[in-house]
Design a protein around this ligand. Structure first.
Ligand code: BGP
Length: 494
């Protein structure tokens, strides 16, 4: 057998893209609740409605525009927000978990929405209804032998913390996060043992989504927010271990593969520098417990001094993670002189188009071998257990006359990636312990806010304008996954 016994097979979702019920059960607002839909194919970006300190109301584009200091995001009652209902796990959790079990899951990655537990992020007391909701969900998972793998923070900074404290720029957010972590580790002791601290920590500080205003120009704020995210993560790890030594707590990084565009040493060096800043820095800090030399030099060159509290450096060391998890969708290429080379889209990471590879409908480069390369490089560097906690193909699905979604393109994508994971385990000997493909049930896209960009093996009837009765259907890929999972990755034939 190539995948070890007990290998974790499942799927992954995030509260802000799947749960809906955006004000139900005492939940407060998160920044993600103020993000509109967009249109990835036509390049229309998601927006925030904001109010400036002088009372002027305007919008900002979440990808390209700077959020002015002092601006406050809000929900405009006349605007449609796809995440407010999303695909409504909040009211379908029993039915959905039964479907996950039918597919053969023994793990399910989901996130806790901080604002269900602390509606403002920093309230005195937690919201019991929110705590109970996740407890019911975790108990339901265990009924089927499914281990919850819980992300503590997946793109959902409480709006109050973002508006009043500039999110992770402020130490106040770290303190509030610490209390939230302590609360959920305590409540779910014995129910959850697999945890991830901060989803895609390497892209977090770059986004308004985390309440980091002025993110495009104010590098000092971004670096401070990064420090706070690391401290938040290290606190989560230490508290989690203290409350239950059986907790197994990992980091989570958007780790696409990247290549030098050519074998010109200048291109190779450009890739080394880019990979340091886009990926390795975050793993180095969370696996080793200190800032690497290349980062210290960069901060020194830029004259940026991070504000630390006494004991922070020790905490970073103590809070190193138990395992490395990452999202993997695509790869990109890097050149020293990219000026006349065509660019490529990707999961946050944009680089140059690789002439050897094809792209998805959303322009993301499909590269299964890149996953094996990543598994090797990460394992060589840290020698920690690894999980691939996101992977998948965002595609337009159509319902055929027989009522079925024949998503052979998705089956092919998943097949090709599992084959490479298998080689990494069987031939290269890496310690891979789990695979949870992204959005195994249709949900709202984080990047574009679309519903039509679907990743699911389970279809949900909901479109970009909020039409749909939310009923669930098994796609063709559902049955493929079922066969793969139930054979522990042995039966991969398409
Ligand atoms: C990652 C996020 C997920 C998810 C995924 C797919 O960045 O962790 O939340 O959404 O990418 O991206 P998208 O939804 O933009 O297609």
């Amino acid at each position: 057998m190539s995948f070890p016994k007990g290998f974790l097979w499942g799927g992954a979702t995030a509260a802000n893209q799947y749960e809906g019920g955006y004000l139900s059960g005492g939940k407060g607002l998160a920044v993600a609740d103020t993000l509109t839909g967009g249109d990835g194919i036509h390049g229309i970006h998601r927006k925030f409605y904001i109010e400036l300190p002088d009372g002027t109301k305007t919008t900002v584009n979440n990808r390209t525009e700077e959020v002015p200091a002092g601006a406050k995001a809000y929900v405009d009652p006349d605007v449609y927000y796809p995440s407010h209902v999303a695909t409504d796990f909040y009211h379908h959790w029993k039915e959905d978990i039964a479907l996950f079990a039918e597919m053969g899951f023994n793990v399910y990655r989901l996130s806790i929405n901080w604002t269900r537990i602390f509606p403002n992020g920093d309230d005195e007391e937690p919201n019991e209804e929110g705590l109970q909701f996740y407890e019911d969900v975790f108990r339901e998972c265990h009924k089927y032998g499914i281990e919850p793998l819980v992300t503590l923070y997946h793109f959902d900074c409480p709006l109050h913390l973002a508006n009043e404290y500039d999110g992770w720029v402020s130490r106040h957010t770290v303190d509030a996060f610490e209390k939230y972590c302590r609360t959920v580790f305590t409540r779910y002791k014995g129910l959850v043992k697999y945890w991830l601290t901060i989803n895609e920590i390497n892209i977090n500080a770059n986004f308004m989504m985390n309440g980091v205003h002025e993110h495009l120009t104010n590098k000092k704020n971004v670096e401070q927010a990064r420090w706070h995210l690391f401290i938040g993560s290290a606190k989560a790890v230490t508290i989690g271990h203290e409350i239950d030594p059986d907790n197994f707590i990992g980091l989570m990084i958007a780790h696409g593969a990247s290549y030098p565009y050519t074998c010109d040493p200048d291109d190779v060096m450009a890739e080394v520098i880019s990979a340091h800043s886009r990926k390795w820095f975050y793993g180095d800090v969370q696996c080793r417990g200190y800032y690497p030399e290349y980062k210290l030099k960069e901060l020194e060159r830029e004259g940026i001094e991070i504000v630390k509290e006494a004991g922070d450096d020790e905490l970073l060391k103590k809070g190193v993670v138990d395992f490395y998890s990452f999202s993997y969708y695509s790869s990109s290429a890097v050149a020293a002189h990219p000026e006349n080379i065509e660019g490529a889209e990707g999961n946050q990471e944009r680089g140059l188009k690789n002439p050897y590879l094809k792209q998805s409908e959303w322009g993301w480069t499909v590269d299964p071998v890149g996953l094996r390369i990543n598994l090797n490089q990460i394992y060589d560097r840290y020698h920690l257990p690894m999980m691939v906690v996101e992977n998948g193909l965002g595609a337009l699905d159509t319902i055929a006359e027989d009522g079925m979604i024949h998503d052979d393109y998705r089956i092919q994508y998943i097949h090709d990636h599992i084959v490479e994971m298998k080689k990494a385990v069987e031939i290269d000997g890496v310690n891979l312990i789990g695979y949870t493909p992204w959005g195994h049930i249709d949900l709202v896209s984080a990047g574009t806010g679309e519903m039509r960009k679907r990743y699911g093996f389970i279809y949900v009837d909901m479109d970009d304008d909020g039409n749909g009765d939310l009923h669930r259907e098994r796609k063709k890929s559902f049955y493929y996954i079922q066969r793969v999972y139930k054979s522990n990755g042995e039966d991969l034939d398409i």
